[in-house]
Structure formats: structure tokens, C-alpha cells
Design a protein. Structure first.
Length: 232
């Protein structure tokens, strides 16, 4: 396996206690992702997509096996070190947007930067650059209640990429959007992937997202059933 791998999983298994019959969410998953990929985990509900995304994002740990992200073994990280990895290197996009309703668009996007000790001037430039990437420079003073679903998800993308992370993890990012907004969002993420070199890893069963992927990993019952490079 290449030494330059951004993500590497080795015999990754995740088992959740559940009464007398534990639930095995992932079974011996072996995957390697290089920097700059635009890849997705696909499969039916319960196939392990979100579990794998959460472990890669250091929000969960494997039961056995190993997961390495940016040279850090997730299973060995303290809570503090896992938080530092997320804060500095990983952006998250969720299907429910997760915007803070009392804050403006600008403040929502700025929030991750407050954890990095950046100066006010550096934060201001980063936020305005991120809003320009997603086409919302004119809405920085708006609050989430004043936005459409598509605009809210674009704010969520701006928040995820404002610190120029190495990796963005997107969990069903188009689930609450119509077809036009979904394609607009996906083109925006493709542009960011191309312009910034940001790696995107999706969890999805949405055909619209799958059509944009350059690599499609199919999970079935927690196992990798297929791993295919694609042209879009």
C-alpha cells in the first residue's frame, strides 16, 4: 500500500452491544484512500456507511482492526488528540445542515476557526473566501431561518471547508434537497475538490450523488462488496 495514503483501514470491525445479540456494523474492512479523491460509500440502510464515516472522522473507534487518518491511528487517540485532528484537518457535512439558528451565516461559517486561534483578520478573509466558493457572499448577514434548503446546505459546505481541511466527510448531504439543488451542491463540492485538492468521502444511497463519484465503494452487511473507479 502506498505510503502517501490519506486514509487506510486494516481489518476494521465494529460491533455494537445490543442485548443478547450484538450488532456487527463493519466486518474486516480494508480500504485505502489517496489525497484528492472524490469517493463514496454506498449501500442500503444498515450497511455500515455512516459507521465507517464516523470512525474515519474520529467520532467513533473500531472494535478491532486499525484505522489510520493523516498518519494518526484513530484507535490510539485520546479524546483531546482526536478533537485536534478533527478541528485542524477534517470538515463535516450532515444531511440536517446543523446550522446554529441564533448566529448569522458569517458566524456559522466562522465558528470552526475560533478553535484554531486565528486572528480576526485571518478569520474574516477565510470566511469570505468560503462564502464566495459557495456563491453566498451576499448572505453573510442572514440567519438560517431566512435561507432555503439549498442555501443552508451551501452554508454547511462553507463551514466544512473554511479551514481548508485535508478531508471532508459528507453524510447523506443531499437527503433533504430537490434535484436542482442537489446537482448545484455537488458541482460546488467538485469545484472545491479540484481547486483546493480537498478529499471528499461521502456516505449515500442517493443516485444523484453516486453519478458524481469518481470512486464507488459498495457496502453490504458491513463488508466491502465492490470497489470501483468511475468516470463521471
Amino acid at each position: 500500500m502506498e505510503n502517501s495514503a490519506l486514509i487506510r483501514t486494516v481489518n476494521l470491525t465494529k460491533i455494537y452491544p445490543s442485548g443478547e445479540q450484538p450488532i456487527t456494523a463493519l466486518r474486516d474492512v480494508n480500504l485505502v484512500f489517496q489525497a484528492g479523491e472524490f469517493a463514496g460509500l454506498v449501500g442500503p440502510s444498515g450497511s455500515g456507511k455512516t459507521t465507517l464515516l464516523n470512525i474515519v472522522g474520529s467520532l467513533d473507534v473500531p472494535t478491532s482492526g486499525s484505522v489510520e487518518v493523516l498518519g494518526e491511528k484513530i484507535e490510539t487517540l485520546s479524546h483531546k488528540k482526536a478533537a485536534r485532528l478533527r478541528n485542524r484537518h477534517i470538515g463535516f457535512i450532515f444531511q440536517t445542515f446543523n446550522l446554529l439558528p441564533v448566529y448569522t451565516v458569517y458566524e456559522n461559517v466562522e465558528f470552526p476557526l475560533l478553535l484554531l486561534g486565528m486572528t480576526a483578520a485571518a478569520r474574516r478573509k477565510a470566511v469570505r473566501d468560503a462564502l464566495a466558493w459557495v456563491g453566498l457572499s451576499d448572505r453573510e448577514r442572514s440567519r438560517p431561518a431566512q435561507l432555503s434548503g439549498g442555501q443552508s446546505q451551501r452554508v454547511a459546505i462553507a463551514r466544512a471547508v473554511v479551514k481548508k481541511p485535508d478531508l471532508v466527510l459528507a453524510d447523506e448531504p443531499t437527503a433533504n434537497l430537490d434535484a436542482d439543488n442537489s446537482h448545484h451542491i455537488l458541482h460546488t463540492m467538485e469545484d472545491i475538490n479540484r481547486d483546493l485538492g480537498t478529499t471528499f468521502l461521502f456516505s449515500t444511497h442517493d443516485a444523484k450523488v453516486i453519478a458524481h463519484l469518481r470512486r464507488k465503494i459498495t457496502l453490504v452487511d458491513g463488508r466491502v462488496a465492490a470497489d470501483e473507479a468511475r468516470t463521471t
